[in-house]
Design a protein around this ligand. Structure first.
Ligand SMILES: [Fe+2]
Length: 434
């Protein structure tokens, strides 16, 4: 990796600003009907890059009862949002863009909005001891409370959801401030998780504020170290939901029936079982495949499955892992390790297994490069993917991240499940939960 000089950084910033301006102007002229989301354009991502990064496909939104453009934001409740925002900036290279808290008139909680590429994370922590976030955090610990999706028409989606039997937890309403208007509603999904549905163009005008009405613009407080990549990840690939034993098919059917999601792949039984731990998993995706939700349930095995451990410590179903798409997983993992992020260890035997070597064939770097970083590789009929998983992000053994670099494969690393589970079980055992 070459050293980035301060001149290059200044150039990068100037280029970013020029892109932001061009995008804003384009949005003023045109509608949002284009194939890229506002955040993707602002992040300077092309359709071709997204096809590679997250397996984007073409589809006809006109026949979709619940059209979803893409992710809007992933909202976390955390015990200390002030410090979590620092962690996501300093360790994960995210940029603070917006804020809501006592200084902006919100006396209940603080929320920090950070972005990387086209992804926004919103980190919220209670300020008032009476905040509803206190109860939520006491029950679940740090975790994802809202997987917010950008939609072109909130009212159409809420109507469809209600008709299909979903629980509407927020009726559509228009929020307005000096930057314009956003129309928002929400439906319940597994556990205490919700999908906010966010319509960012109302009456032909796209909202121009930093996040949502009520949030003020915030400038990054963290200065990127020299030599760090501009961003460590560009897009969100998928979010896995863990649900109770026997409930997976119910939630697959929910996403099919309520949101018109399609089934992508199916893994059952021995494919993803070790002697001790087993799970079943099915994957649903929205029409353009930007939004992909693998849904896991525990399966019977000799000992407690990692899904059971999650359900016990999260006190119910919830989001298990978020897969962050990167174009260079090696550079990303090196930077994250240098920043103190911990990954699951992959046994050397994984790389020495002749069956695996034969199956994966040629990848873009020598296997030794993957081995020294613990990066996993999987191949299917469409291509291959590189992936790695972090340790849990918080104190409870619940939510964690995956990094994924796709090369044609539209899979989720099925071939790695067994190797991965064995690594997870060693961790579970060390915590006394196996
Ligand atoms: Fe994953």
């Amino acid at each position: 990796m070459t050293q980035t000089s301060s001149h290059d950084q200044a150039l990068d910033q100037a280029v970013d600003q020029a892109i932001d301006q061009a995008v804003d102007q384009a949005l003023d002229r045109a509608s949002t009907g284009g194939a890229l989301t506002t955040d993707e354009m602002k992040a300077d991502l092309s359709l071709e890059q997204l096809r590679q990064l997250v397996g984007l496909v073409e589809y006809d939104a006109d026949n979709d009862p619940f059209p979803v453009t893409g992710w809007d934001a992933i909202c976390f409740v955390v015990g200390n949002a002030t410090q979590a925002a620092h962690y996501f900036a300093s360790a994960w290279g995210m940029e603070l863009v917006a804020y809501s808290g006592p200084e902006s008139g919100n006396r209940d909680h603080k929320s920090f909005v950070l972005k990387s590429g086209s992804i926004k994370f919103v980190l919220s922590g209670a300020v008032s001891p009476d905040s509803p976030l206190v109860q939520h955090h006491a029950a679940h610990g740090d975790g994802v409370v809202d997987i917010a999706l950008e939609v072109p028409d909130v009212d159409q989606c809420i109507e469809q959801a209600r008709r299909a039997g979903a629980t509407v937890v927020r009726e559509p309403e228009t929020l307005t401030d000096e930057h314009g208007s956003v129309r928002i509603g929400a439906i319940a999904t597994y556990g205490e998780t919700r999908h906010s549905l966010v319509q960012r163009t109302v009456d032909g005008v796209t909202y121009a504020g930093p996040y949502l009405p009520g949030y003020v613009e915030a400038a990054p407080r963290w200065q990127k170290r020299d030599g760090q990549p501009k961003r460590l990840f560009q897009a969100l690939d998928h979010i896995v939901g863990n649900v109770e034993l026997g409930k997976m098919d119910e939630w697959v059917s929910f996403y099919n029936r309520v949101m018109g999601f399609v089934n992508m792949a199916e893994f059952i039984g021995d494919d993803i079982a070790t002697d001790y731990s087993a799970l079943m998993s099915k994957v649903v995706a929205n029409g353009n495949h930007r939004v992909k939700f693998p849904l896991n349930e525990p399966a019977i095995a000799k000992k407690k499955s990692q899904i059971d451990e999650y359900l016990e410590f999260y006190r119910g179903p919830g989001a298990q892992h978020l897969a962050l798409a990167t174009g260079d997983i090696l550079a990303t993992v090196d930077a994250l390790r240098a920043n103190g992020v911990e990954f699951l260890n992959t046994p050397d035997s994984y790389y020495e297994d002749p069956e695996l070597r034969a199956r994966i064939g040629e990848v873009r770097v020598p296997i030794e490069e993957l081995k020294s970083r613990g990066i996993l590789v999987d191949r299917d009929e469409d291509g291959y993917l590189l992936q790695i998983f972090t340790k849990p992000l918080g104190d409870r053994p619940t939510v964690f991240f995956e990094l994924i670099e796709r090369h044609g494969s539209l899979g989720f690393g099925k071939g790695n499940f067994k190797a991965l589970f064995e690594a997870i079980e060693r961790e579970q055992d060390a915590r006394g939960n196996l």
